[in-house]
Write a protein that binds this ligand. Structure first.
Ligand code: SF4
Ligand code: SF4
Ligand code: SF4
Length: 321
């Protein structure tokens, strides 16, 4: 099914949900103010529904808004977003009965930074980007060029384990084929793993010296749902509000521990970072550690207990038994 048909189906379903009073809000995407962007649309008004869009730029993980809205909500969900919704239900942050999941089979999303590098142009200078079949067609200065989709999809999409939601109330379209490339998706992580401890320390010192502590990474993350984040505590004050690199590093280390077993590798924290710190090198590494040690992947099994609330009799640590 083409995006245009999915978009029409979405508008039809969303309008019906509002008209029939089955939801108080619809959360989806509308065109952004910049080229090749979208922005979240949260509305109660059926006249807004014709603004809903589906395209390869629907980057936000919309489940992040579910903990903030009161009432019944219809939410557009890609595979990774649906995993975050399941994880939030398991953590009792939201109730399944309050949510109508409008599932979108996802063919992967386009990383504009990769497009810019491939065509050696700024995104504003690109005329058109379209996805079709296994590839992406990019038009610059009237010249049309084809690229394999693996060259332009976000790294996390290249490792996607659930492009089509398995938890949904409405599914628009059939399961979508997604060409993954797990090796490329882990390239940055492998480079870090190949470093000595000292080199890794120097790497992160350099990276976190650029952090401006805007908290975009935290704010876009559905797994970061504490009402009061430890970084805002003043008694005790865990880290300085001044963005020194050491405190920035501690912020990310603690954030990673908090989202362990909740992170679905949606890639939003890294994408939202305005200074391009490679945060996925930390979150995906933690995701893999959790998977390898506990055979747990967030939001994949809705019957599973949340990772940090479950224990087994054969736990290695005495204090848990
Ligand atoms: S991780 Fe999967 S579901 Fe999420 S945006 Fe990428 S391809 Fe789509
Ligand atoms: S989004 Fe980037 S700059 Fe902002 S707090 Fe997070 S790591 Fe720092
Ligand atoms: S930590 Fe990053 S990748 Fe993981 S769920 Fe949060 S925003 Fe998504």
């Amino acid at each position: 099914m083409k995006n245009r048909e999915i978009e029409q189906g979405l508008r039809h379903e969303a309008k019906a949900l509002l008209e029939q009073g089955k939801v108080d809000y619809i959360i989806g995407f509308e065109p952004g103010s910049l080229k090749f962007t979208t922005t979240p649309l949260i509305t109660k008004d059926r006249d807004d529904i014709n603004r809903l869009v589906i395209n390869p730029f629907i980057v936000n993980n919309l489940s992040v808004y579910l903990t903030e809205l009161k009432g019944r909500v219809g939410v557009v969900a890609k595979g990774c977003d649906s995993r975050s919704i399941v994880s939030l239900i398991q953590d009792k942050q939201i109730a399944r009965d309050d949510i109508i999941i409008i599932g979108i089979p996802c063919p992967g999303l386009i990383d504009l930074s990769k497009v810019e590098r491939l065509v050696d142009k700024d995104r504003d200078e690109v005329d058109d980007i379209t996805m079709g079949g296994d590839g992406v067609v990019i038009t610059v200065d009237g010249k049309v060029r084809d690229f394999p989709s693996t060259a332009v999809l976000f790294d996390n999409c290249l490792a996607c384990e659930l492009p089509t939601p398995q938890e949904y109330d409405i599914l628009l379209g059939e399961s979508s084929p997604l060409v993954t490339d797990k090796a490329s998706s882990r390239e940055g992580i492998e480079t870090l793993e190949g470093m000595t401890q000292e080199q890794r320390w120097d790497f992160w010192e350099k990276e976190f010296s650029r952090c401006i502590r805007c908290y975009a990474c935290r704010n876009v993350c559905p797994a970061c749902f504490c009402e009061r984040c430890f970084v805002e505590e003043s008694e005790p004050q865990w880290i300085s509000p001044v963005p020194r690199w050491q405190d920035n590093l501690i912020f990310q280390v603690i954030r990673n521990i908090h989202v362990a077993g909740r992170c679905t590798d949606c890639g939003e924290c890294e994408r939202a970072c305005p200074v391009n710190i490679p945060l996925r090198s930390l979150t995906k590494e933690m995701y893999d550690i959790v998977d390898n040690l506990f055979h747990f992947r967030a939001g994949m099994d809705k019957e599973a207990a949340p990772l940090l609330t479950a224990y087994a009799l054969e736990e290695a640590e005495d204090f848990i038994r």
